[in-house]
Design a protein around this ligand. Structure first.
Ligand code: G1P
Length: 272
């Protein structure tokens, strides 16, 4: 049902400097496996037919990780801005699953990155995986896809009050039904005083394709960037928004502590 999954991977990884001067955060190993591969595996498990990576031209090694064919990388470079490469053979991606690359030359935010994917999606709802949110345990996107019945759905977890300002935060509406919580809106990185709840968005989304039209019109938001959260909030009233309480454990591998904890859990899971 989720034919396309978008992977925004153009970020600079400033919290992991100096390693990320030359190694994209998405390729740092979680014990034995690059972080990005966990996201790829999740997309495949959820039945994706096409994986679209939105990346920055400086992040050569992501292109190398995904592509065996160096000529294809050169073609992409020559085409420049936001070009879609020919379907490439990919590392860790089974035959029959397409890999497409889009270049985000300006870092204007997650909303901008997702908008660049618009021309490359297959029909139906669109998955988004932020691969530095590594989720171990049950495959998050698959369980979301099973519960999905339309509109926008985002993975969700409760966070302490002093951490709400790091996340998109849901405005829940009515009773929680099993793992699903209907929400009337979502706010990007609110202060604890402004936050509508402590239910935070995690980097897994299933989006109604109407999101692309909304993304074209939103103004810059938190941090002076085009925020995906703002577009979702705007269209929540029209298509509906569900927060999904996932079963796995999420690690923010964009910082040192999360990277270490994810590696320890990965090692434990391999030894079980
Ligand atoms: C992004 C989203 C935010 C979400 C978070 C999850 O923020 O904008 O809504 O809660 O991912 O990791 P970022 O961490 O890229 O600043």
């Amino acid at each position: 049902m989720i034919k396309t999954v978008l992977f925004p991977v153009a970020g600079q990884g400033t919290r992991l400097l100096p390693a990320t001067k030359s190694i994209p955060k998405e390729l740092l190993p979680i014990y034995d496996t690059p972080a990005i591969q966990f996201g790829i595996n999740e997309a495949i498990e959820a039945g994706a037919e096409r994986l679209v990576f939105i990346t920055h031209p400086e992040k050569d090694s992501i292109l190398k990780y995904l592509a065996h064919d160096i000529d294809a990388i050169e073609t992409l470079r020559r085409k420049g801005k936001t070009a879609l490469a020919d379907t490439l053979d990919a590392t860790g991606v089974p035959a029959g699953v397409e890999v497409a690359l889009v270049l985000q030359t300006e870092r204007l935010g997650l909303g901008h990155a997702i908008m660049l994917g618009a021309n490359h999606v297959l029909d139906g709802p669109v998955g988004v995986i932020l691969p530095d949110d590594v989720i171990l345990g049950a495959s998050c996107l698959s369980e979301m896809a099973q519960g999905y019945s339309g509109g926008h759905m985002i993975a969700a977890m409760e966070v302490p009050e002093d951490e709400v300002s790091k996340y998109g935060v849901f405005d829940p509406m009515g009773e929680r039904m099993g793992r699903m919580q209907r929400s009337s809106g979502i706010v990007e990185k609110p202060s604890p005083e402004e936050a509508p709840s402590r239910l935070a968005a995690v980097g897994r989304y299933i989006l109604d394709p109407s999101i692309f039209r909304v993304l074209k019109k939103i103004p810059k938001g938190a941090g002076g960037e085009y925020q995906l959260t703002d577009a979702i909030a705007q269209s929540a009233e029209v298509v509906g928004l569900t927060a999904y309480h996932f079963t796995g454990t999420r690690y923010d591998t964009g910082n040192h502590e999360g990277l270490l904890q994810a590696a320890q859990e990965r090692r434990r899971l391999l030894q079980d």
